[in-house]
Ligand binder design. Structure first.
Ligand code: THU
Length: 134
């Protein structure tokens, strides 16, 4: 699957966004080694911090179907933003733990921009589970 095709899946996922407060719909699509694709969209709440972002939703969705970090090969995230949509700090932390370090992450917008990055670039020197050890 090409980055553009995965981005199209993220655009499809974006249609499922529940974002009545920000009116900022985000979609994500997570490609696995076996070819399966898990979708996520942001789901907001009247209690704002309860909101779930699109990319975390896609990761959790895949994990609830039994997929693991080693299965993930590409992730696309898209919003109707001027520049390619950049993941928030919370999502960077989740990605740092749950998604392979150097696998591609495609950030996009509805103008067709696609910027490639990876987990390491998004959150260098991330707090990791090893840091919990004394
Ligand atoms: N949001 C995402 O879902 N992913 C991002 O990468 C950036 C932000 C959501 C959270 C909230 O529902 C809305 O976008 C505005 O912040």
């Amino acid at each position: 699957m090409t980055p553009k095709q995965l981005m199209q899946k993220a655009i499809d996922a974006r249609a499922l966004s529940y974002s009545p407060y920000s009116h900022f719909a985000v979609g994500a699509a997570l490609l696995c080694r076996d070819g399966s694709v898990y979708l996520g969209a942001n789901v907001e709440n009247a209690s704002y911090p309860v909101t779930m972002c699109a990319e975390r939703n896609a990761l959790f969705h895949a994990m609830m179907e039994g997929k693991k970090k080693e299965d993930f090969v590409a992730l696309a995230i898209v919003a109707d933003s001027k520049r390619a949509c950049s993941p928030c700090g919370l999502c960077r932390q989740a990605i740092a733990e749950l998604y392979p370090n150097t696998a591609p992450i495609y950030l996009g917008n509805l103008s067709g921009e696609i910027q490639e990055t990876n987990a390491q670039e998004l959150l260098p020197f991330a707090f990791q589970k090893e840091d919990l050890e004394k």
